[in-house]
Design a protein around this ligand. Sequence first.
Ligand SMILES: NC(=O)C1=CN([C@@H]2O[C@H](COP(=O)(O)OP(=O)(O)OC[C@H]3O[C@@H](n4cnc5c(N)ncnc54)[C@H](O)[C@@H]3O)[C@@H](O)[C@H]2O)C=CC1
Ligand SMILES: O=C(O)[C@@H]1CCC=N1
Length: 267
Amino acid sequence: MKIAIVGCGNMGMAFAKSFLQYDLVKKDNLLLIEKSADRSEALKNEKAGVVVDTIGPHIGETDLIILSVKPQDFNSVHEALRAVIQPTQIVLSIMAGIPIAQIQEKLGHPLVIRAMPNTPAMLGMGITGFTAAKEVDSSSLRRVENLINATGRSIFLEDESMLDAVTALSGSGPAYFYYVVKAMIDAGKQMGFDDAVSALLVKQTMLGAYHLINTADKSLDELIKAVASKGGTTEAALRAFESGGLADTLVSGIKAAQTRSTELSKG
Ligand SMILES: NC(=O)C1=CN([C@@H]2O[C@H](COP(=O)(O)OP(=O)(O)OC[C@H]3O[C@@H](n4cnc5c(N)ncnc54)[C@H](O)[C@@H]3O)[C@@H](O)[C@H]2O)C=CC1
Ligand SMILES: O=C(O)[C@@H]1CCC=N1
């Protein structure tokens, strides 16, 4: 299989490296199109694939074109791509917010799959929601699904509009987690720990608690109850969270991300 990646930043290279790791593509068959001179130079030094700075006819020789530029930069690539794209090529977009119909229209090309991964894809621990235009046949879809699964797990969604919710929940989700971890580490520092000790206490707590979610035969409410003794410390914290509306704030933040994802589709 020959693959082109347009926009080789965090996510483009997370995909590229996962494919290489599982030998799903050879470096000679991996075309990396990257506009930034610094980034291109770094990719050339890493010898991650064949690095070029602009879209040209060579892209037409690939089976799959992955669009991993920022949504705002799609405007700067679609014309060049439209001029060279071949009828049998599959396009996989991971750009937030841009609907399949818009990509099809700008490229004049029906075979579009749209996916929303997240940054743990860099470790092969991502989760990707994806959907496809009806014109994409099932064998092409399965081949792309196998590639996506090299970056972690995936879930196929019939309803494209749910990709905005995937973006808000798991696409942006790692940042919410880091935000909570950071606030907890700050609390530790305010109580007198230095950075390293506070970070160790918090990170190991998050790791252990995450594994309990997956292994303990308990609901999240039961897990909370197992920590929160009657009249104890956890209850005091949870009461303060409730009165500050923390859960509601998280829910409304996630819905704001969903709204922003739908706005991005309007350019
Ligand atoms: N960062 C994240 O957590 C996630 C990002 N996404 C989506 O992935 C896409 C990429 O995001 P990141 O990798 O974080 O951004 P990034 O900024 O790290 O990478 C984008 C790359 O595209 C390059 N680029 C821009 N215009 C170009 C052009 N005309 N030709 C070739 N290269 C060009 C930039 O130089 C940059 O290296 C975005 O559309 C975003 O919505 C999806 C899921 C998660
Ligand atoms: O913040 C963003 O727009 C992208 C999409 C999901 C994660 N990062």
